[in-house]
Design a protein around this ligand. Structure first.
Ligand code: FE
Length: 215
């Protein structure tokens, strides 16, 4: 252990037996610290950063698209650069795809669980399930129906397969009845699921009824 880092937290191994992956993670952590490549504070800062990201972060970006057409065009052209304008640190190439009256977009990671965590937080458990990962591609309309979303036959459904090199986020359509509202008010309509593409945004009425619209 490096002598310069004296504030290491006790290993969780002191409390409970670790599984193989957790053991590997602790070993890697200790090795990186020992080699001087990272210090515990770096790791804490990164964990804190990840834990502080929620769908509210992405909702701000979407609401800005709805109120600022030029921003939306910049986001569609170069999502990483446009997100940075909103103080969102995007660490992997990101593509924003816009829902319209003719196209509905859906994101998935068929291989594992790639997800725009840096924009909308941790993925829901179902996103990582084998069933979602396979059926989102083979039967997207059926999957959307099970989420309660019937997409018109004349609306094209496009499925985007995320990977380690590329993440996607859906810009959902602005709900009717939201005219004249501020960016902050609009952000309350943008749910996690609407940015994955398995749901529409909340309507103003639904948002008013919901105490936790961003879950
Ligand atoms: Fe993945």
């Amino acid at each position: 252990m490096s002598e310069t880092h004296t504030h290491e937290h006790a290993s969780p191994a002191a409390d409970a037996p670790l599984g193989a992956l957790a053991k590997r993670s602790v070993a890697l952590h200790l090795l990186l610290v020992e080699k001087g490549l990272l210090c515990a504070a770096d790791i804490h800062a990164k964990v804190e950063w990840i834990e502080n990201i929620s769908p509210a972060t992405g909702a701000r970006v979407v609401a800005r698209c709805w109120t600022d057409e030029a921003f939306k065009q910049r986001l569609l052209a170069d999502a990483n650069a446009a997100a940075a304008e909103c103080d969102v640190k995007v660490i992997i190439p990101l593509v924003a795809v816009e829902n319209t009256d003719r196209v509905h977009n859906l994101i998935v990671c068929t291989l594992c669980s790639c997800y725009p965590r840096f924009l909308i937080g941790e993925p829901p458990a179902w996103y990582k399930s084998l069933e979602y990962r396979s059926r989102a591609v083979s039967d997207p309309r059926g999957v959307l129906r099970e989420f309660g979303l019937e997409v018109d036959a004349d609306t094209e459904v496009r499925v985007y397969d995320s990977s380690a090199d590329m993440r996607y986020v859906v810009i959902p359509r602005r709900p009717p009845g939201s005219e004249g509202l501020s960016e902050e008010e609009l952000a309350a309509f943008v749910t996690r699921d609407s940015m994955i593409g398995v749901a529409l945004t909340l309507s103003p009425d639904e948002a008013a009824r919901s105490s936790s619209p961003l879950d």
